[in-house]
Design a protein around this ligand. Structure first.
Ligand code: ADP
Ligand code: GN1
Ligand code: MG
Length: 354
């Protein structure tokens, strides 16, 4: 059992602590006590996060803010304090740990089983943005600077390609060409952000379907989890990352690229859930949503490829080519979005005219 378990104010004595979930960043455990109670213990990734105290201040502030807006304990995450009354523990090795109440009677999906599941995730992420509209955004720490600054992701890719510590660059010429051919359009959202054409909102920034919990019985959205990247951002980031992951016809690491497509019906479903749930989005924001889908997918593929070149230091991998498989998969999805671009824009226009 991880020793960190004993640092937190749990109800009952821990009886088990097992690895849990499908996240790529933190190391997550399910802790069961004899009370009986269940908790989520996480060792935070120091490769991903360089200011974990700042990150935990964000999580504490956001969860407390959301908790004040609801009476339902399952409608937001709850941090469990340490025996010293802190919200995280730093161990002798310098690792950081935290505990959340386990969201009971819930489902966390890797892929939508029905369109309604995906619709519910759209409502959850849209509502999350709306509920945080009045949150003092300037108090948030930037937990990963330039997280969705796609041009900056290109600069990191250039550096990885140049350093090429494992000599992998020679084997991925096609993927490198794919990325370089899209360098200019990749700056679209960042340019609009810098020009002030799109409002900054408090966004989640990592809106995968497996970062939302559904009620196991009603299958309605309960809450949004994985709050490590909550920062000021664009509505298009949250929209786009959800489409990238949940409106693909295949898993993010499917090797058979013929199975990877954008499902336009799921895309429409998400638009119809997300846009109203956000409250009012500006016309420019609505226009930016399809770009969010295309660029979050390109950016994610670029990040997987960069990590492959770097030697897999950031994302968890199950086998040596995992990041390359993921990158190829994302690039295939980008290609399909390019083909479906007219429909993607039209679907958002339809939602606006309702
Ligand atoms: P990562 O940043 O590594 O993705 P997450 O915070 O998303 O970490 O947690 C990984 C997985 O653990 C989630 O996808 C979900 O399945 C599960 N999980 C996380 N927090 C909870 C919770 N409070 N209750 C139930 N399951 C949770
Ligand atoms: C990571 O933490 P997780 O597994 O929900 C990553 C996202 C990527 C995603 C790709 C903090 O999400 O940005 O889009 O993997 N999170 C971080 O699956 O980098
Ligand atoms: Mg996650």
């Amino acid at each position: 059992m991880e020793r960190a378990v004993f640092s937190f104010q749990l109800e009952g004595e821990p009886v088990s602590c097992e690895r849990y979930g499908m996240g790529h960043i933190n190391r997550t455990y399910l802790v069961v006590t004899d009370a009986p109670r269940r908790y989520i213990l996480q060792r935070l990734s120091r490769a991903a996060f360089h200011d974990i105290p700042g990150l935990m201040e964000n999580v504490r502030a956001v969860t407390e803010y959301l908790a004040r807006q609801t009476d339902d304990p399952r409608a937001c995450l709850h941090l469990v304090p340490t025996r010293d009354g802190a919200y995280y523990e730093r161990d002798e090795e310098g690792e950081y740990w935290r505990v959340y109440d386990f969201v009971e009677d819930s489902l966390c999906l890797q892929t939508p089983e029905t369109a309604e599941d995906f619709y519910q995730s759209a409502v959850a992420f849209g509502s999350f943005q709306r509920l945080l509209r009045a949150f003092p955004a300037e108090t948030l720490h930037e937990t990963i600077p330039d997280f969705h600054n796609t041009p900056d992701r290109y600069r990191k890719f250039d550096a990885a390609r140049k350093a090429d510590p494992l000599g992998r660059a020679a084997g991925v010429g096609q993927e490198i060409d794919f990325v370089l051919a899209r360098r200019e359009e990749a700056g679209t959202l960042q340019r609009l952000r810098e020009e002030g054409a799109l409002p900054l909102r408090v966004t989640h920034n990592d809106t995968k379907l497996n970062n939302v919990m559904l009620d196991a019985k009603t299958r309605r959205a309960l809450c949004v989890i994985d709050l490590d990247t909550v920062m000021p951002g664009l509505a298009a980031y949250d929209f786009g990352d959800s489409i990238r992951f949940g409106a693909s016809t295949a898993a993010e690491d499917e090797r058979d690229l013929d199975r990877v497509r954008l499902d336009l019906e799921l895309y429409r479903t998400f638009v119809n859930g997300f846009v109203p749930a956000c409250g009012s989005l500006t016309d420019a924001e609505l226009d930016s949503l399809p770009w969010g889908a295309r660029l979050m997918t390109l950016e994610c593929g670029l990040r997987f490829l960069t990590d492959y070149l770097d030697g897999d230091t950031y994302f968890s991998v199950a086998f040596p080519e995992h990041n390359l498989v993921r990158a190829r998969n994302q690039f295939r999805l980008v290609r399909d979005m390019e083909e479906k671009w007219g429909s993607m824009r039209e679907i958002v226009r339809d939602a606006r005219s309702r």
